[in-house]
Design a protein around this ligand. Structure first.
Ligand SMILES: NC(=O)c1ccc[n+]([C@@H]2O[C@H](COP(=O)([O-])OP(=O)(O)OC[C@H]3O[C@@H](n4cnc5c(N)ncnc54)[C@H](OP(=O)(O)O)[C@@H]3O)[C@@H](O)[C@H]2O)c1
Length: 342
């Protein structure tokens, strides 16, 4: 009998909580003789159940919770980004960590495409004229561009990056990508563990992290979808923004601290960048005195790119598939490399 603790009672960001139907579906998939599910309704019950849990499905695993759970073998995070779960305590433990990959990719890709169109079609300008009850046709017209034929550089080319590339290509954009390691050209690319074969075909060229500045220099649009790790903190810094084309648009839907926000503000204020759409920030919530709120060429969204109505259904389905694998001794999907941090 495996004891599974479900730690996803309604909490912060209410849409990302289990519903009774999810728990019922899990109980129907796994016989009660094989798995005992405990759905903690509050923090007190969660803490009381941790000492007996072998498997945990939760948002983030805290070090103090890890200490309370001596029988824990595996944690499945509700989130795709697990930077807050990867603590020194988790690294040192033998506990496996998996993440909910793919649950948000479609919505995030649509969010990114929306942001690109927002700037290319001058919606940011139209809104300013509309708020002043002014027409603005002559002023807006010269700024309008088309995405088709322009180049998109995707920094962080995993599940979400691939979904963005697929949609950008459908709009006629040229797509370049940056991963940790450069990849051979698509035709020559050998099958790689964990990377779907269609991934490389989505980008004309895949650069390595050591070729970042060369890749950035090509982009009319640059979107960052990086996980936060020791290597990616301030990955996009002053030098990176200088390397971008004058007039480029920057989008960040990965993690805020992967960007040096002060360097980004300078690049926007000096007119080197045309605009930025930001969903994630170095400090969240973004403080009220941040200049980003007031900049006319910045679109601020409050870390919502990942939210969609099917998130929980998909996350529960991916947890169920991994639980089946766990019980049968098969390799888990979306296993996090605790040393690499993603
Ligand atoms: N805004 C939101 O609401 C929201 C929602 C969900 C997720 N996110 C963020 O999006 C991130 C990405 O999610 P995903 O599912 O696409 O992750 P993923 O499939 O693991 O992809 C991560 C990509 O980043 C690349 N990368 C990692 N470290 C790098 C480095 N040092 N230099 C260059 N590239 C590096 C990886 O390179 P390799 O391919 O070489 O491994 C991979 O291509 C998450 O970690 C999370 O922080 C945000």
């Amino acid at each position: 009998m495996t004891r599974v603790l479900l730690g996803l009672a309604p909490g912060p960001g209410g849409t990302l909580s289990l519903l009774p139907g999810h728990v019922e579906a899990l109980r129907q998939q796994f016989p009660s003789t094989q798995v005992q599910f405990v759905w903690a309704q509050d923090r007190e019950q969660y803490e009381a159940e941790l000492p007996r849990a072998e498997v945990l499905f939760t948002r983030t695993i805290r070090p103090e919770d890890l200490r309370r759970a001596p029988h824990l073998c595996w944690v499945h995070s509700l989130f795709a980004g697990v930077d807050q779960s990867i603590t020194p305590e988790l690294r040192q433990s033998g506990v496996l960590l998996t993440r909910s990959a793919g649950t948000a990719a479609t919505g995030i890709a649509e969010h990114v495409l929306g942001a690109l169109i927002f700037f290319s079609r001058g919606f940011h300008l139209a809104l300013q004229f509309q708020r002043r009850s002014q027409w603005g046709q002559a002023e807006i017209g010269p700024h309008l561009r088309e995405l088709a034929g322009s180049t998109l550089v995707i920094v962080g080319f995993g599940n979400i990056g691939t979904a963005v590339a697929q949609r950008a290509r459908a709009l006629g954009m040229r797509v370049l990508a940056v991963r940790r390691q450069a990849a051979p050209q698509p035709a020559a690319a050998p099958p790689e563990a964990g990377v779907p074969p269609e991934t490389h075909a989505m980008a004309e060229r895949v650069f390595g992290a050591d070729q970042l500045y060369r890749a950035l220099a090509e982009g009319d649009y640059v979107v960052s979808i990086l996980p936060l790790t020791a290597e990616t903190r301030h990955f996009l810094d002053e030098r990176a923004f200088s390397a971008m084309k004058k007039g480029a648009v920057f989008v960040n839907v990965g993690r805020g601290p992967t960007v040096d926000e002060q360097a980004l503000v300078r690049a926007l204020q000096e007119g080197h960048l045309y605009g930025a759409a930001l969903d994630v920030f170095e400090q969240e919530p973004l403080p009220a005195d941040s200049p980003l709120y007031q900049m006319p060429n910045v679109l601020v969204t409050p870390h919502v790119a990942g939210i969609n109505p099917r998130y929980m259904d998909r996350a529960v389905a991916s947890f169920a598939e991994n639980l089946r694998r766990f019980l049968q001794g098969e390799p888990l999907l979306h296993l996090v490399n605790k040393e690499m941090g993603y």
